[in-house]
Every structure is written in structure tokens, then in C-alpha cells.
Design a protein around this ligand. Sequence first.
Ligand code: NAD
Length: 506
Amino acid sequence: MYKPHHAATDVATVKLLIDGEFVESKTSHWRDVVNPATQEVLARVPFATPDEIDAAVAAARRAFATWRKTPIGARARVFLKYQQLIRAHMGELAAILTAEQGKTLPDAEGDVFRGLEVVEHAAAIGNLQLGEIANNVAGGVDTYTLQQPLGVCAGITPFNFPAMIPLWMFPMAVATGNTFVLKPSEQDPMVTMRLVELALDAGIPKGVLNVVHGGEDVVNAICDHADIKAISFVGSTRVGTHVYRRASQAGKRVQCMMGAKNHAVVLPDANREQTLNAMVGAAFGAAGQRCMAASTAVLVGDAQSWIPQLVEKAKTLKVNAGTEPGTDVGPVISCAARERVESLIASGIEQGATLELDGRAPAVPGYERGNFVGPTIFSGVKPGMRIYDEEIFGPVLVILAADSLDAAIELVNANPNGNGTAIFTQSGAAARRFQEDIDVGQVGINVPIPVPVPMFSFTGSRASKLGDLGPYGKQAVAFYTQTKTVTARWFDDETRHLGVNTTISL
Ligand code: NAD
């Protein structure tokens, strides 16, 4: 849990965006935005007041009256311009992101880039927001559908992808004709704000995109607000489940993408070198703080003998500040996150797992105050141990053993989470069985982090997702629009009358 407090006054403040103006919050409730590699306070972020939330929603509501009728080509052109601006500012955006979030600069560019792909997709809205028509459903009668925007939509985002995930949400919502209120993570809101500034530069009119900051109270106010029609949430299962229940109760459309425990299943016939490289990158990249991190390896049969080689590869990763060239593993987001990861590692030892590689308290010269945890590997892990049952969200890989592909599938399907998984094999038949029988949203076949590109939608299964429609792609168009079905008859012959029809036929 975050503990917001009154921060020092000599640092910059993060602004709210209300009705096209970046404004200073009147709140007395602030929190520091802290560089996780140095503990430098970069800015103070406000926890918006109820009046400020109301003002943001009211501005979005007013703007909707015009924006919903803005031609689809004009909406698309905003995103054509926006993608160009994001590209032109890539280096600056990555630098802000690394400073406040910690991930390496190349990975920060990846974070921005995966969001940029959604912006490019939003620019194609003219080909996406299409209805259907059936000609002559009865004599002289046609039926067609309109995909109309909902109104004010809201987005609540996590700390781990402060560029990509806001860009999963507002571009598709706004491109489809909605207006938006965004609530970024209070841990790293600065790159999100720079992206929002660029969106205004690209031509998003005032009131169409608004931003409020804060934590639990602000999120609850968004869930309850009568003028918000839909909520997109990405974050932990605990908070997402709360948001889903509370906002659904208030009559809203809600999509919640939540926590994970992603299993990489390795069959002994897999290409060993490729697989080990993929596993090390997917377990420890971004310090394990990805919802699609491959944090759990299931080694099937003889693949269990690969552990020493996996450990050797993990040892070669460089732990350092994200700004230092050649860094593989940056700091975790906060001191509290580091303490939590370290306590989970201690629990793994206590509960009898074998610590193959201990990454606690790595030496990082020049960044002694950073929240660093190095790559850590446990083998002999079993369900019931906290390191298996909980999402660690740090650079910790837990290894389980399975005798067969069937046993591996059973294990993965018994875990409550169903966000991502991958199989490593050279057998098409085994891969196809896995893809058929695994109850997980994103499935990689020799692809460790199978985050879909935006012509598809991100998804998730079981405890990893609530709501049936996912972010971006076709599902986002469905989520952010209401289908209106029109059945129309036009009379072109004044002399012909249908007479009174007391049946239900057309
Ligand atoms: P989080 O749930 O703590 O925070 C997410 C958002 O909810 C933030 O904006 C935060 O301000 C708000 N929030 C926090 N506590 C709240 C409370 N008690 N009541 C109401 N709102 C509250 O998540 P996080 O730590 O920022 O992000 C990491 C989590 O997000 C991990 O579980 C990760 O797996 C998940 N995640 C999932 C996906 C996905 O697509 N499935 C993608 C990225 C991250």
C-alpha cells in the first residue's frame, strides 16, 4: 500500500489536465515521485480532490457533445499526427520513463514503442469502427448497425508500463469518439503526462482527454461517478477485482486486466540455447516487473538437467541503473517493492525450495541507494510455497519439474492465473496440444513474451482478467462503442399500403 504524504516543496509538481489546461491541484495530499536507482525526488504528484475529479468528468462530458460527431477521418488524423510526435520524442520519453520507473533505456523505448503501435492502429479507425448491413431483411426493409461511442470513459493504469498501458486505453477510446479521464499510476506519472501533452499537440481538443492523479480514493470516485460510462483498468488482481465489482455495481462497462504467474513449459526437444536465452530475458528483463514476465519455468523430463546452464546465463546479466549502457536488470520500483521481493525470497528458503542463485543485495557501485535485486533462481518449487502461489513481480525465476507435457498442462491450468504462457519445443504436435488445452490468454510457441500486436487484442483467462473484451484491437472497438441496430423501411410508392400488422413480423 502506498503512503502518500506532504512532500518537500522545492520540486516540480505534476499537473492535472482539466478541460485542456494543465492545472496545479488544490489538494493538501501529495506524494513524491522517486528515481528508483538513486532515491532522488523527481516531482510531487497530487491526490486530486473530489471537486477536481468532478471538473475533469464535467469537461469530458461537455466535450463529448462535439467530439462524438467529429468526422471519423478528422479523429483518425489526430492519431496520424500523434504517432509522428511520439516517434520524434522517443529519446526524451524513454529518458523520463527510465528516471521514474527504473527500466533500461532500450526497454523504456520498447515500452513507448508498444504503445505507439496502438496509436498507429487508432489512426486506422476509419477501417475499424464499421457497422454491418443486411439488405432486404423483409420486403423493402434493411437492417444495419451503428457503432456509437459511449460517452465519458476512464482509465486506471499500473506503474510497470507507464507509457504502453495509458496508450492501450485513451487512443482507442478517443478515436472511437469517446472522451476520457485518465488516472495514471501515482508511482510514475511523468512520462504519461508528457505523452498526454503530445496528444494535445497532435490536436486532441480541449476536454476530450483529461487527467486526474491519486490512489484509492480517486479510483473509487471514478468507479462511482454517474457520468462515467466505462472503465479500463490494468493492475493487480486485488485492486482490479475491487474496481470491477464497484464499477459494475454502478452500472458501468468494465474491463480489468490483472495479475499473473506466467509459466514457460520447456520440453527436452526444444532448441536449448534459444530456449535458455529466451527464458533468462523473459524472467529477468524489466527486473521481472512485467505482467507477461516468464516468472515460472516448468522443466519437463530431461530438460531438468538444464538448470546449471540457466543459472550460468542468469549470472552474466548486468545489474545497474537503467541509464547505464549495457544494463540488463534495473532497480525495482520502490524500497517497499524491494523489501517485498526479498521477503518472498526468504520465504522460499524457509519453505524448502533450493536457492540456485541469490540476487539479494547486489553491489551496484555509484547507485548504493537503488532498489536493486539481482537475478534469483529457485528450483524444487511446488504449489503451496509462497514463491509459487504469489506474483513476485521481481527478478525471481521459480522452477518446477513435470514428468510429461500432460502433467505440465495440468499444473499450469491449476494455477489461478491465466495471463500468459509459453511452450518451448520442436514438436508441432506437442505445441498444438498445448495451444488447445492450456487455459491461458496469451500463448507463445517458442516466443517467451507473446504480447499481441494491436490488430489482435490483449486478453487473459481466469483470475487475470474480468470483463469479456480486452484492450486494443477489434475488442477495444467493441468495448468503447455501443451497437445501435436500425431497421428501416422507406415508402417509394404512395399508393401501396401495408395495412395493419398485429404480428411481430416486419
Ligand atoms: P496496482 O493494482 O497496485 O495499481 C494499479 C492502479 O490501481 C494504480 O493506478 C493505483 O493507483 C490504483 N490502486 C492501487 N491501490 C488501490 C486501491 N486499494 N483501491 C483502488 N485503486 C488502487 O498495480 P501496480 O502495482 O501498479 O501494477 C502491477 C500489477 O499490474 C501486477 O499485478 C501486474 O501483473 C499487473 N499488470 C497486469 C497487466 C495485464 O495486462 N494483465 C499489465 C500490466 C500490469
